[in-house]
Design a protein around this ligand. Structure first.
Ligand code: 5AD
Ligand code: SF4
Length: 482
C-alpha cells in the first residue's frame, strides 16, 4: 500500500490530542444507539475479546462486551471459533505494543482459513498515528480500527466493516462528550470497576496517556453514586473507583475537594469495600487522607506511584513533587490510616538517569518499604516530550538497575507480608482455586492475596482467615469458623 492510499483514512494525530479546551464536557445519556440496520448483526456469531494494559481498558472492554451482547453476539474463549476478534490494546510501553503486533501477525492464518473473520484493533494503540499507519500498510488482516473515544459507535462501525468489505478506521483524536449510556457486561461478580473520571492532564514527560485518553473529564457525582447504589442492589461488595489521577476528580467541575467529597459520599452508600486507583501525589489532599481515616469501608491501601526518587529526574519527568514532598505525604497517610499498605510504580533508565539518581530511588524504596512495586524500564514514546531527550545510558545498565531494584522490592514485599503471620484477616472470596476446589482465594483489606482451605465458602463472602504462612506475593491461611 502506498502513502497515497492512506490518504483516504482519517488518521489520529497526537498533536491534536495534546490540545485542551476550557469549556466543560457535556454529559450525554442519549448517544448510544444501535442503527436499525445493525440490529442482530451478531446473532449466531461469536466474539473473542482480549484486553491488555490497565483497568481503564478492562472497564472499556466491559462496555465493548455489553455492546456486542446487545448486537446478539456470544463470547468465545477459543480464537478458532471466533467470527470477530478484538484486541483492546495498551500504548504505555513499546514492548506491549510489539506483543500486540506479533499477535496480529499470528492471526493472519485464521483470516486465511476464514475470510469472513473480522479482526479489530482498539484501545490506546489505535490512538497513535504511527501505529495506525503501520497496521494499514503491513497488516491487511486487520479490518477495523477504532479509538478510545469511539466505542459508542461500535454497532455502526461493525456494520460498515461487514457491509462495505473495506477496512474501517474511526479514531477521534480528542474526546467529545462524557457518555453515560453505554451497555456493560461486568466481568467479575461482587467486585466492580467504576470510572469516576476519564483522561489525564498531568503530562508527565514520558507518558502517552494524556494523548491516548484525552483531556481530564469527571463524571457527575450523582451518576457515579447511582451506579454504585445499583451495584449494591445487585449484590456487589467492592467498588474500585477508577481514573488516571483520581485525586484530580472534580477539578473540571469546579470542585476544590472533589475527590474527598466523592470518597465520603461513596463511603456513606454503605458498600462494604472501597478502593481507588491511581493516585497522583501532587493532588492528594489532607482532606482526602482524613476521609480515608474516618470510614472503615475505605480500604487501607494506597497505590502511590513514585516513578523516581531523584529530584532531578522527577523534575525532568514533570511530576510536580520532590522526594521530600512524597515522603511527607507518605508519612501522613501512614499515620492517618493504621496498617495501611502501599504499592508504587517506578521507572528506571529515564534519559540520562545517573547512578546517583538511581541510588536515590533505592533510598526511597528503603524509606517506604513498599508492600509491592511495579517496576519498568523507561520506554520511549513518540510524541511525548521525553522522546526528544538525549540518552547516553547503555541498555545493559538499565537492565542491571531494574534487577537491583526488583531484588529490593521483593525483599520488602516478603517483609510486609510477614506482619500478617498468625493474624486474623478479613478476605473477600474470589472463588475456588482452579487446581484444587477445596482451596479458595481472595483479597484482604490491604489488597493481599490469600489462599486458604475451607468448606461452605461462596464467591463474594467476606470471611475471617488465620494466616499460617507468608510468601513474597501471597499469604496462606485457614478459614476461621464463626
Ligand atoms: N516507560 C516506562 N514506563 C512508563 N509508565 C508510563 N509511561 C511509561 C514509559 N514511557 C509507567 C509509569 C506509570 C505506569 C502505569 O506505567 O510508572 O505509573
Ligand atoms: Fe501518565 Fe502521569 Fe497521567 Fe499517570 S499522571 S497517566 S503517568 S501523565
Amino acid at each position: 500500500m502506498t502513502m497515497n492510499k492512506l490518504d483516504k483514512f482519517d488518521l489520529p494525530s497526537l498533536d491534536e490530542a495534546r490540545k485542551r479546551k476550557k469549556e466543560r464536557f457535556k454529559v450525554r445519556k442519549d448517544l448510544f444507539k444501535i442503527p436499525d440496520l445493525a440490529k442482530d448483526i451478531g446473532k449466531g456469531r461469536h466474539y473473542y475479546l482480549r484486553t491488555y494494559g490497565c483497568q481503564a481498558n478492562v472497564r472499556d472492554s466491559e462496555n465493548i462486551a455489553g455492546i456486542l451482547k446487545e448486537l446478539g453476539y456470544d463470547e468465545t474463549l477459543d480464537l478458532n471459533n471466533a467470527d470477530l476478534i478484538l484486541l483492546n490494546t495498551c500504548a504505555v510501553r513499546q514492548n506491549a505494543e510489539e506483543k500486540v503486533l506479533g499477535e496480529i501477525g499470528n492471526l493472519k492464518k485464521l483470516k486465511r482459513q476464514n475470510p469472513e473473520l473480522i479482526i479489530s484493533l482498539c484501545g490506546c494503540m489505535a490512538q497513535e498515528e504511527g501505529i495506525v499507519k503501520t497496521i494499514l500498510r503491513k497488516y491487511p488482516q486487520v479490518d477495523l480500527i477504532f479509538g478510545t473515544h469511539n466505542i459508542y459507535h461500535l454497532p455502526e462501525l461493525l456494520y460498515r466493516t461487514m457491509l462495505e468489505k473495506e477496512r474501517v478506521v474511526e479514531v477521534f483524536s480528542k474526546p467529545g462528550e462524557i457518555i453515560e449510556d453505554l451497555p456493560s457486561k461486568r466481568f467479575t461478580p461482587f467486585k466492580a470497576w467504576v470510572n469516576i473520571m476519564y483522561g489525564c492532564d498531568k503530562f508527565c514527560s514520558y507518558c502517552i496517556v494524556p494523548y491516548t485518553r484525552g483531556q481530564e473529564r469527571s463524571r457527575d457525582m450523582e451518576d457515579i453514586l447511582k451506579e454504585i447504589k445499583d451495584l449494591i442492589a445487585e449484590g456487589y461488595k467492592e467498588v474500585c473507583l477508577l481514573g488516571q489521577n483520581v485525586n484530580a476528580y472534580g477539578k473540571d467541575l469546579g470542585m476544590e475537594e472533589g475527590f474527598a467529597t466523592l470518597l465520603e459520599a461513596v463511603a456513606k452508600t454503605g458498600i462494604k469495600r472501597i478502593r481507588f486507583m491511581t493516585s497522583h501525589p501532587y493532588n492528594f489532599t489532607d482532606h482526602a487522607i482524613e476521609i480515608m481515616g474516618q470510614y472503615q469501608n475505605i480500604m487501607p491501601y494506597v497505590h502511590l506511584p513514585l516513578q523516581s526518587g531523584s529530584d532531578t529526574i522527577l523534575k525532568k519527568m514533570n511530576r510536580r513533587y520532590t522526594s521530600e514532598d512524597y515522603k511527607v505525604l507518605f508519612d501522613k497517610l501512614k499515620k492517618a490510616i493504621p496498617g495501611c499498605a502501599f504499592t508504587t510504580d517506578i521507572i528506571v533508565g529515564f534519559p540520562n538517569e545517573s547512578d546517583e539518581d538511581f541510588l536515590k530511588t533505592l533510598e526511597m524504596v528503603d524509606y517506604c518499604k513498599y508492600d509491592n512495586a511495579f517496576t519498568f524500564i523507561y520506554s520511549r514514546r513518540e510524541g511525548t516530550p521525553a522522546a526528544s531527550m538525549e540518552d547516553t545510558i547503555a541498555p545493559e545498565v538499565k537492565e542491571k538497575r531494574l534487577a537491583i531494584l526488583n531484588k529490593k522490592v521483593g525483599e520488602y514485599a516478603h517483609l510486609a507480608n510477614e506482619r500478617f503471620l498468625d493474624q486474623v484477616v478479613e478476605v473477600l472470596v474470589d472463588g475456588p482455586s482452579k487446581k484444587d476446589p477445596s482451596v479458595f482465594s481472595g483479597y484482604t483489606k490491604e489488597n493481599k492475596l490469600v489462599n486458604f482451605k475451607g468448606e461452605g465458602v461462596k464467591c463474594g463472602d467476606i470471611v475471617k482467615v488465620k494466616i499460617v504462612a507468608t510468601k513474597s506475593f501471597s499469604l496462606d491461611g485457614n478459614l476461621l469458623k464463626e
